[in-house]
Design a protein around this ligand. Structure first.
Ligand code: URA
Length: 216
């Protein structure tokens, strides 16, 4: 449920003279969902998460782009350049992502971009299951605060983390999915880093982006 809708419901109860509804609602929310009501709050909360990843990284990488976007792009974790600049997808993969966006008439002012992990894993290793579990509630909250209509998961790690599935990206790519915690429809596609190694798959990603735009 969006915050706007929740506020409307609370106002309705309040007008009707009900004063203790918040207790029931908070029971269905995790601490993260309960406390971060703005992106700024969420960013501050994530900055305080106790994880060794913080010790190796230069900068936290939160999110970038249009906070009212209808499309949210979810990557895996910052790489070296993202770690240096504190901005998602600004390295080689990011340059390709910009080209993909341009090919479908989009750019960074029209979408929102974030990652499963806010800190670069040492040596760009794949995030561990433990790291994914630690940050998943924050990712869900991040998505809820942006409230997009579509989440495009870039690559297998983002897809597995969001959908909590063991199925691989080859099976899931291009298949629309939903999960309980967020209202957006989810479309997994290949990661730009994979496309740098396998350029013949670019067409599939282009089609996925067009498919996402069609839905809006
Ligand atoms: N790869 C990702 O998944 N995210 C980034 O921000 C950069 C590279």
């Amino acid at each position: 449920m969006s915050e706007k809708k929740l506020c409307q419901i609370l106002e309705w109860f309040s007008d009707a003279g009900v004063s203790d509804i918040t207790a029931d609602i908070s029971l269905s929310c995790s601490e993260t969902q309960k406390e971060a009501f703005t992106l700024r709050d969420l960013k501050e909360m994530i900055a305080k998460v106790d994880t060794p990843l913080r010790n190796c990284a230069l900068n936290m990488v939160f999110g970038t782009g249009n906070e009212n976007a209808e499309i949210l792009l979810l990557g895996e974790a910052p790489g070296a350049e993202e770690d240096r600049q504190g901005v998602p997808f600004v390295g080689q993969s990011g340059q390709l992502l910009d080209k993909i966006l341009a090919a479908v008439g989009l750019d960074r002012t029209k979408v929102y971009i974030t990652n499963i992990l806010p800190w670069r894993p040492p040596g760009n290793r794949t995030p561990t299951n433990q790291e994914i579990e630690l940050f998943r509630p924050y990712v869900l909250r991040h998505i809820s605060l942006i409230n997009p209509q579509v989440v495009i998961c870039l690559g297998g790690t983002a897809t597995k983390a969001l959908l909590q599935t063991t199925q691989g990206i080859m099976q899931l790519r291009g298949v629309w999915t939903k999960i309980d915690k967020i209202s957006a429809k989810i479309l997994p596609t290949f990661h730009p880093a994979y496309l740098l190694r396998s350029p013949s798959q670019k067409r599939e990603v282009w089609l996925d982006f067009l498919n996402a735009i069609d839905l809006l």
